[in-house]
Design a protein. Sequence first.
Length: 198
Amino acid sequence: MKKNVFLQKSFLSPQECELCENYMDMKIANGLKQHKTAHGKFWQLQGDPLTDALGKTYENLVSQILDVEVSLTYSIMRNWVKGAFLNWHRNKWECEYTVSIQISDSSWPLGFTDQDSPKIEGVQNLEVINALQGDAVFFKACELYHGRRPLKDQFLKNISLHYVEKGSYNDNLHGRRALGDSFQTLNKPNGGHWEINA
Ligand SMILES: [Fe+2]
């Protein structure tokens, strides 16, 4: 990866963003359950066929941009509610290369620090990136601390596409049997199959 974090302007078109917005809105209108957590409220679609398909579609382009051959592990679209925030955190190893796309026609600054422990040392080397609709922030979410201050908008949608290096140990669809399964299936580490919800 050329730099730890960078902004890729106009990664998605306005039409692609609108498609994703409409899709999420229809899911919510049809009963998608809202999550209520310590860091706010949101609706989410994780490993959904639409967003996994988006991640698969852009796998080659992401590989070209990063100059690393990558493989999609999973994707997630969230519709955040005003007041939601993200404390400094790093993601799991399935998020070796993350592409965070601003979907709503607004923005929500994403802060980064390359420190090992910003909560203990205080934040230094802060870098803030402000993606507009369709823009994507590329970063190593499993290595780089990142976070967001409370959302000021009433609602905001974004999508994260998570990739790992192709053929690496974590190139396993985040343990799923297939992409687009909305995390309803899981592979055993030894290659056997079983159902989560059975
Ligand atoms: Fe994260």
